[in-house]
Ligand binder design. Structure first.
Ligand SMILES: Cc1cc2nc3c(=O)[nH]c(=O)nc-3n(C[C@H](O)[C@H](O)[C@H](O)COP(=O)(O)OP(=O)(O)OC[C@H]3O[C@@H](n4cnc5c(N)ncnc54)[C@H](O)[C@@H]3O)c2cc1C
Length: 250
């Protein structure tokens, strides 16, 4: 499949990228392209403009701040996976990264792109939620901090405004036990369901339109996951009960 026509923009600074997003009608940010390009090729997305941020300089740092680790928009998932800072400050994030797709996809895909894409079966939004992290969104109006609780709004829907660039995600260090586990048909596939533990907090993914916080003592309560060819709603609820038990036994 070929993508529908669009106008291509390649800014080299954050300010230029924000000015483009503010001025253009119906523009999308292109980061690693590992989710957006398939959507374009299947014509499930038809933006008029693509703002490719890959040439923006100084937007790929992974660094310690405020008792946690910050990951900028162009840090690749593989860089986060290999990062000594992430392994030391937030090893839950290192563990989660190894469950995302395959290494070739992680070589190009970005952590911030995964958060902005907000696939309900994605690991990283659930990790951000379990840890109580946040993202920083920049526009020509300035910076806005959006907590994980406020960021995820629905299936592939976030609180980011069309003119905002997600410049950084911040994950606090875990104080206490942590674990992530998921069930998928094949290694590297999106999960049928998954569970993340950060101390006594439990976040689930793949069982609601967004990642959700759940009661570790009754993780299936109130869940109404959708069914598909791979799993019925009942099976998904069963899975999260089993997976939640596993992360709390870890
Ligand atoms: C075969 C395959 C298997 C996969 N398996 C998994 C999996 O198991 N788990 C998982 O979580 N993901 C999986 N993915 C998705 C992959 O992790 C993507 O890399 C990720 O979802 C998006 O990151 P990206 O940098 O490629 O973003 P892009 O594809 O470039 O963009 C995705 C969306 O986010 C927006 N966006 C990106 N960056 C920003 C930003 N800085 N500011 C504002 N908006 C932004 C774009 O406009 C677009 O709407 C898989 C992908 C493939 C192809």
């Amino acid at each position: 499949m070929k993508p529908p026509p669009f106008e291509y923009h390649a800014p080299t600074t954050i300010a230029e990228a924000c000015a483009l997003l503010a001025g253009l009608d119906d523009a999308k940010v292109l980061a690693g392209g590992q989710s957006l390009v398939p959507l374009l090729n299947f014509r499930l997305a038809r933006p008029s403009h693509l703002v490719d941020i890959n040439r923006v300089r100084g937007l790929d740092a992974i660094y310690e701040r405020d008792g946690g680790v910050a990951v900028e928009a162009l840090a690749r998932q593989a860089d986060v996976e290999d990062s000594e800072v992430v392994a030391r400050v937030c090893p839950l994030l290192s563990a989660a990264m190894r469950l995302v797709a395959h290494r070739v996809i992680r070589n190009r895909g970005t952590l911030c792109g995964s958060l902005a894409h907000a696939d309900p079966a994605s690991e990283l939004p659930a990790v951000l939620l379990a840890l109580g992290g946040h993202v920083v969104a920049r526009s020509t109006r300035g910076d806005r901090v959006i907590s994980a609780e406020q960021l995820f709004r629905g299936v592939m829907e976030t609180a980011l405004a069309p003119e905002e660039l997600l410049v950084e995600a911040w994950f606090p260090a875990v104080s206490g036990a942590f674990a992530i586990t998921e069930e998928s048909r094949r290694h590297g596939d999106f999960a049928l369901a998954g569970a993340v533990r950060a101390a006594e907090r439990l976040a689930l993914f793949g069982v609601a339109p967004t990642p959700v916080l759940a009661d570790p003592k009754d993780p299936g309560r109130g869940l109404q996951p959708s069914g598909d060819l791979e799993a019925t709603p009942e099976f998904r609820v069963h899975l999260v009960r089993v997976l939640a038990r596993r992360v709390f036994a870890a």
